[in-house]
Design a protein. Structure first.
Length: 161
């Protein structure tokens, strides 16, 4: 018997509705990743006396297997909308050097940035995602996504009353 498969990527037109039904409990893997990254970055900065971690390996930083956990968490929650990500590459790149600008963006924009980030591994070099983890871009993106999901959920709950 063939089992029906749920596509990992949500069509862009359905992405907002999909994000509205993500429960706080299902975000646990994202919360865990954020907490792990913050703690390990803090320890690395103390141990190595630098905030520039680009020359250290993920293993040295204590992030063995983080790629897999990141992909697993993001794809299971289906936080990657399906759209022409090549046409949006330049837009997403604006945030790579200024991750503080991610905060306050809507969930669709953050989802597009996540899609571009994950798909860009083939455009840049094989270390692209690793570098975006080490320069804390991924940490900021995850935190901005959680913030956006919670803000949208809160505003939707308020209007339902």
């Amino acid at each position: 018997m063939a089992q029906e498969q749920t596509p990992l990527f949500i069509p862009l037109v359905s992405f907002t509705d999909h994000c509205k039904i993500i429960s706080r409990g299902s975000l646990r893997p994202i919360f865990d990743l954020i907490q792990e990254m913050e703690l390990k970055f803090y320890k690395a900065e103390l141990n190595f006396g630098t905030i520039n971690l680009k020359n250290l390996s993920l293993e040295t930083l204590g992030f063995r297997g983080i790629h897999v956990r990141l992909l697993d968490s993001v794809l299971k929650l289906r936080l990657v909308p399906l759209f022409d990500w090549h046409s949006w590459l330049q837009e997403a790149e604006k945030y790579y050097n200024q991750p503080q600008n991610l905060y306050g963006l809507d969930t669709v924009t953050l989802g597009k940035i996540m899609t571009v980030l994950l798909r860009s591994q083939t455009i840049y070099d094989s270390k692209f995602l690793e570098n975006k983890i080490k320069d804390k871009f991924v940490l900021h993106l995850l935190k901005a996504i959680v913030q956006s999901l919670q803000a949208e959920k809160f505003s939707n709950d308020q209007f339902a009353s």
